[in-house]
Design a protein around this ligand. Sequence first.
Ligand SMILES: N#Cc1ccccc1Cn1ccc2ccc(-c3cc(N)[nH]n3)cc21
Length: 239
Amino acid sequence: MRVDVVSIFPEYLAPLELSLIGKARGLGILELQVHDLRTWTNDVHRTVDDTPYGGGPGMVMRPEPWGRALDQVATPESTLIVPTPAGEPFTQRVAHELADLPHLIFAPGRYEGIDQRVLDHAATRMNVREVSLGDYVLFGGEVAVLVIVEAITRLLPGVLGNADSLVEESHTGGLLEAPMYTKPAVWREQPVPEILRSGDHGRIARWRRAQAVLRTAERRPDLLAAADLDKRDLDVLNE
Ligand SMILES: N#Cc1ccccc1Cn1ccc2ccc(-c3cc(N)[nH]n3)cc21
């Protein structure tokens, strides 16, 4: 997978060099390049924003630099990802969809956002997806890019050593993850649930599933409707 990020704060994306993402890049699983939007300005002040038509607070990102940037970076197989409070919710399902694509271009805006014509024009030549991290407002899209790139990179084949960890992870099958424990067996007078030390892998799997169902019902009942619950799960809920 190739990822290009265009930002007026390229240094904000430095964490993408670290840890697993850095490993994925080193293994050639992920190609990533960060670009400074001001590269595509053509005035002495390298201007990227202007006042909004129709009035209102703040500034809007001008279309010309973005247009030139996308002219250079995009290919017919590109998908443009635009973080915005007005986007579709970014979920694990969306992460899986994006992880299957060949080329992602991220356009994290700043100020009050990017001139709408940038997205409308891009949509005439590539897929465009506006995505929201949640119902809160950030200063800009760079933080969202860090989150989205990490969520996608975890799903790329070869990045996570133990493929099983992808199977057990949260939101698999639509349920939240069961609580996890490690040594010591007792910590501040709190023991690890006995079943997890029983060595009975079948009972452990059933216990974890039951915990995931109960935790989801308690914290995210909205996820239950879409989860593929079986009879045992329903019995757990009705206990
Ligand atoms: N757009 C916009 C906007 C609109 C109103 C007020 C402030 C902003 C700031 N902003 C500029 C770029 C940009 C990108 C993504 C987010 C964003 C995403 C989520 N889920 N929350 N916030 C915000 C962003």
